[in-house]
Design a protein around this ligand. Structure first.
Ligand SMILES: [Ca+2]
Length: 436
């Protein structure tokens, strides 16, 4: 703008001078003839008005042209300046809102980024904990692998020696353990027996006393080392482990029980021997014990309860819950049931509820294949979701929330039934009844 004003003043000044010249020339009416009159205002040696006129005319057109160009350029500059000012004004006013909006966007983006970072930090923290757990597991597994490798190496060393069975099995066999004892066996241990209708011989634990009485052991609970929650086929075939020193748990198998007890000859006496957690031992003896074939679902049969301080739980027990308790819990004549083969007298599934295989009624008063509870006492909460009395129970001795420590089920022919209370009556019965 300052430049523009200078030009304007200059332009104005030039006009003033020219007007002065013209006004003077016009005042003396100069012509080509008289314009050479000296004008005192130019001094004695100054050019004449005509000289100035000529000089002026000589340059006027060029100066006018230059001034026009200059004016045009000035106008262009003025236009451009105005446009620029307008643009600056527009930019200033227009930038404010977008800038605010963009600031908001930046804040949002930064907030979002911070949130992402915090989220990632949390994830990383969690992952680090997981990695640490896995690392611990890896270390633990590495230790186990090392231990197993050492054991494998030790076994490998052992197996370089010719393998020898460390369990001594006698050559003496018979149709049951009494038969084995009759043939001269005098030691408790493992023997092969082959009942009359058995296709193959099989191994059993025979408990033989000094008098030559031979008990065939059918079931053993000792320490809870064997899970008795088994299927029909497992109860049929038997499970667990036999040991000559009577230190392991097993179920000899329903099929074998049936093969042994279905033989002709003296009927068998079943002795149930129990030990509680105080170390007290009691027993219950049943004469005429039989297990029917699988076609009759290995039904339990016996003639009667002989004796035993443990009491006759196989005859049921009045728990006080219902007048029918005793009739719902006796066992004689019951078929065998497992969780996958329900033959009980209950609309539900006793074997499934109690996790065992047994001659279930609705359900039991004596239950020797139940769950093993350390220290005996247990509650409905301990018994699991069903909350039923599922321990190793003999209700005529201890109540149903007391699980026994040890059990043995073993049989002997009635003619070898040991002398004791009720023995005379029993032998008489056994002889008169003959084979059952
Ligand atoms: Ca049922």
């Amino acid at each position: 703008m300052a430049l523009l004003n200078k030009f304007a003043l200059y332009w104005q000044g030039r006009h003033t001078i020219l007007l002065l010249f013209f006004s003077h020339c016009l005042a003396v009416y100069p012509t080509r003839e008289n314009c050479c009159v000296l004008d005192e205002r130019f001094g004695e040696y100054c050019p004449t008005t005509c000289g100035v006129y000529d000089f002026y005319n000589q340059y006027k057109s060029g100066v006018d042209r230059d001034l026009n160009i200059l004016e045009s350029q000035m106008q262009q500059i003025t236009n451009r300046t105005t446009t620029s000012q307008q643009l600056i004004s527009n930019i200033k006013s227009g930038n404010q809102m977008p800038q605010k909006a963009s600031q908001d966007n930046y804040v949002k983006k930064i907030t979002s980024m911070l949130e992402d970072m915090m989220r990632f930090e949390r994830i990383i923290s969690t992952r680090e904990a997981e990695i640490q757990e896995l690392q611990d597991l890896l270390n633990s597994n590495a230790l186990r692998i090392t231990s197993l490798k050492q054991k494998a190496f030790a076994l490998d060393e052992t197996c370089k020696e010719p393998c020898r069975d460390t369990v001594k099995i006698s050559e003496i066999t018979g149709k049951d353990c009494q038969d084995v004892a009759n043939k001269g066996a005098r030691e408790t241990g493992l023997y092969y027996i082959k009942p009359q209708n058995a296709k193959e011989r099989f191994l059993v634990l025979c408990k033989i006393d000094q008098y030559g009485n031979g008990w065939t052991v059918l079931q053993r609970r000792l320490d809870g080392s064997v899970d008795f929650r088994k299927s029909w086929i497992q109860y049929k075939e038997g499970f667990g482990y036999l040991s000559p020193t009577d230190t392991t748990e097993f179920w000899i198998g329903n099929e074998r029980m049936s093969l042994i007890t279905q033989q002709t000859g003296y009927p068998y006496v079943l002795r149930i021997e129990l030990k509680d957690w105080s170390g007290v031992t009691r027993y219950a003896d049943y004469s005429g014990f039989k297990v029917q074939p699988e076609t009759d679902k290995y039904r339990l049969r016996y003639s009667y309860f002989v004796e035993g301080e443990a009491g006759d739980a196989f005859d049921g027990f009045d728990f006080g819950d219902d007048p029918s308790d005793k009739t719902f819990t006796f066992h004689n004549g019951m078929q065998f049931s497992t969780w996958d083969n329900d033959n009980d007298k209950y609309e539900g599934n006793c074997a499934q509820q109690d996790g065992s295989g047994w001659w279930m009624n609705r359900c039991h008063a004596g239950h020797l294949n139940g769950k093993y509870y350390q220290n005996g006492r247990y509650s409905a909460q301990d018994a699991g979701p069903d909350g039923f009395d599922n321990g190793i129970i003999w209700a005529t001795w201890h109540d149903r929330w007391y699980s026994l420590k040890e059990t043995t089920m073993q049989l002997i022919p009635s003619n070898r039934y040991p002398i004791g209370a009720g023995q005379q009556q029993f032998i008489k019965d056994g002889k008169t009844r003959g084979d059952m």
